[in-house]
Design a protein around this ligand. Structure first.
Ligand SMILES: Nc1ncnc2c1ncn2[C@@H]1O[C@H](COP(=O)(O)OP(=O)(O)OP(=O)(O)O)[C@@H](O)[C@H]1O
Length: 278
């Protein structure tokens, strides 16, 4: 890639990344004194009369790792869309901690305010290095050229180094992100969310298309995040879910069908009938 291509790529304007938008101040005000960090209560969403979510109730505790499974069309993506403000429910309430009503906030404020979402397809800057991608995601001034030409504070640099170690990409820090493997790109994108210190991370099918080794690395990464972040993982790969699961929620027809340990839900006859017996 020539320097001119690199410049063009850096100035690419076909995507607005959440991290380019201003950061609202409510992140630290999230009240988790009663345990949950997310309250999804009696939420229903209809598309042309079809109920994608049907009185869904879901509570995620501060710092927990929750796996969400369920057959195609169960409402998993719609649930994430509601939490992140992409879809507004017909009825119900969604709170971030006890006080912050997510239904009153636009999507970008939810993202910048502490609820990060990792889509299946990575959206990294391929022409920039791994480090520069993280640097951009960290920055408070979102003008790309400004960010890449101004020094990080010692604290920001420490956080970046910490995240590089966490995602296992320290040796690749100065490689172009475009040259990374599929799995490494996914970890970089998780890293770009982590440098913003989200309270909640929603991760959609993180291991799709990964090699066995990459799957293992992803399992270690996601389990290491629990405690400091609340992590919600939507995944169809049952071996992977088993390897990371503490508590599992099974969605079916827009509602919670079962919830509990992996062993409990795997042995639940209703779950076997609608999902695991497929
Ligand atoms: N924008 C939309 N317009 C109409 N129907 C929709 C829309 N979005 C989702 N649906 C429908 O709502 C239902 C729930 O979809 P959703 O994508 O949430 O399920 P899912 O559990 O994520 O499925 P998958 O595992 O296949 O990703 C499906 O029947 C889907 O076709």
């Amino acid at each position: 890639m020539t320097p001119l291509d690199r410049l063009r790529e850096t100035w690419r304007r076909d995507q607005i990344f959440d991290f380019m938008l201003p950061k609202p101040e409510f992140g630290k005000a999230v009240d988790t004194s009663h345990g949950p960090i997310l309250y999804v209560e009696d939420v229903s969403v209809s598309f042309d009369g079809f109920k994608a979510l049907n009185n869904l109730n879901l509570y995620i505790d501060d710092g927990e790792l929750r796996c969400i499974i369920g057959p195609n069309g169960a409402g998993k993506t719609t649930m994430m869309d509601v939490i992140t403000g992409k879809t507004r429910p017909d009825t119900g309430s969604v709170y971030f901690g006890q006080r912050i009503d997510l239904l009153k906030l636009p999507e970008h404020e939810i993202a910048r305010g502490g609820i990060g979402r990792k889509f299946q397809k990575p959206t990294i800057f391929e022409a920039l290095s791994v480090f520069e991608n993280l640097e951009l995601a960290t920055a408070s001034d979102k003008h790309v050229w400004y960010t890449l030409n101004h020094d990080l504070s010692a604290e920001q640099r420490d956080r970046l180094d910490e995240v590089l170690t966490l995602i296992g990409l320290t040796p690749q820090a100065h490689q172009d992100a475009g040259a990374l493997s599929h799995g490494q790109k996914q970890w970089l994108e998780i890293g770009m969310l982590l440098v913003q210190n989200p309270r909640v991370l929603l991760v959609d099918e993180p291991v799709a298309g990964m090699t066995g080794e990459e799957v293992e690395h992803t399992a270690r990464l996601l389990t290491s995040l629990a405690g400091r972040h609340s992590v919600i993982v939507v995944e169809h790969d049952m071996a992977f879910v088993r390897s990371i699961a503490r508590k599992v929620t099974v969605l079916h027809q827009g509602s919670v069908l079962a919830e509990g340990s992996m062993d409990q839900v795997q042995n639940d006859p209703r779950v076997i009938e609608v999902y695991l017996g497929e």
